[in-house]
Design a protein around this ligand. Structure first.
Ligand code: PMV
Length: 356
């Protein structure tokens, strides 16, 4: 699908209200580096989570003012400071939803995970809002097909936050053109599809909250430091090749190879940060302590436990459901001491966004 196929027509306004829940996601193959308009420099692939999610309700009221008008509430409290981010989102998407100018929006959003936990909520929140918008578009244009609905929701979410494109489908989502996957696109994410090995359908993700503060360098700044980065072009090739290699590994359920590529990707992402100019470090000493502990544990027990990292200090521990007991007691006894207030969140791979 081309960008132009996502441009809707104008339509007479109706009263409508829509609520969607969209999950957070954790990338296994990382997106780091982009070009306008929010297009990735390499394809990426993620686990869609299940418990960490955003629920958003949008009340659409007709109002022929010919400008985008909205109010935003977070956990029931008006948040005018979120307006700037939403305004730039609407600036990016209004061409594709010209009918929006006939509405006043009341947006109510809440996250299932603690606000200051270092878990980015932009992916789940942009995905949930985009799905509410598409829900109304579907009412206005009932001929819209399901595939178009989800592709456009992902397309709109991407314009809010790149990784949000992957917060629509579960259990594994792929964003960015990759020659191994015919349906893949830079414009929106697509599901991995039925060939995914069953071990990954309920894979576990425990998020160790090493640093719950906000990041010193935002992902927007991090992405832009990939322009002119001496290793950028090789990194984009590496990520693309890693994704091509990971797909058959995830079809086969080959866990040793999975672990190797996932950890390689996590450390390659942070290597880009270490070698940006200006350079920066988002890992903390406790991040490294956890990584070493995970390696020791894996060597001693042969349990296929591995880690991945987001753009921050927190560590995502990934493991098959059948290893829950052993891993949970390892986390409690040996890793919780590295977490802020000994806090960690249990999550698992989920099925994707849902209408409430
Ligand atoms: O979607 P953004 O702009 O917040 O960037 C996300 C970047 C990473 O989380 C580090 C990687 C990814 O693919 O999600």
């Amino acid at each position: 699908m081309e960008t132009s196929s996502f441009i809707a027509s104008k339509a007479s306004p109706i009263n409508y209200s829509s609520t969607w829940e969209a999950p957070s996601n954790i990338a296994l193959i990382k997106y780091w580096g982009k070009h306008e308009p929010q297009l990735p420099k390499n394809s990426s692939l993620s686990f869609t989570l299940s418990s960490s999610k955003t629920k958003t309700k949008v009340i659409f009221k007709p109002h022929p003012k010919n400008e985008i008008d909205f109010e935003f509430y977070f956990h029931g409290i008006p948040k005018p400071d979120f307006k700037a981010k939403l305004n730039s989102f609407f600036d990016r998407i209004h061409t594709f939803i010209p009918w929006i100018f006939n509405y006043r929006l009341e947006i109510h959003s809440e996250n299932s995970f603690p606000h200051s936990s270092g878990i980015a909520s932009s992916a789940s929140s942009m995905a949930a809002l985009s799905l509410c918008i598409m829900d109304l578009e579907q009412q206005l244009f009932p001929e819209i097909k399901q595939a178009y609905f989800f592709n456009k929701a992902s397309f709109l979410a991407r314009l809010g936050s790149g990784s949000a494109a992957r917060s629509i489908h579960g259990p594994v989502s792929l964003w960015g053109k990759n020659k191994e996957r015919k349906k893949s696109s830079d414009l929106y994410a697509t599901p991995f599809g039925p060939s995914l090995n069953s071990v990954f359908h309920d894979y576990q993700d425990t998020i160790l909250l090493v640093d719950k503060g906000s990041k010193k360098v935002s992902s927007t700044q991090g992405h832009s430091l990939m322009h002119g980065h001496p290793f950028a072009e090789n990194r984009f090739i590496q990520a693309t090749n890693n994704l091509s290699a990971l797909v058959p590994i995830m079809e086969a359920g080959a866990l040793d190879d999975f672990i190797h590529l996932v950890e390689l990707e996590a450390l390659s992402l942070h290597a880009m940060m270490l070698t940006s100019n200006p350079y920066f470090i988002l890992m903390q000493p406790n991040t490294l302590a956890i990584i070493h502990k995970v390696w020791e544990f894996r060597k001693e027990t042969s349990v296929p436990l591995c880690f991945t990292l987001d753009a921050g200090a927190n560590v995502h521990l990934l493991y098959p459901k059948q290893n829950i007991e052993l891993v949970h007691s390892f986390i409690k006894q040996e890793l919780s001491c590295f977490c802020q207030n000994r806090q960690y969140l249990f999550d698992a791979v989920g099925t994707g966004a849902k209408k409430v």
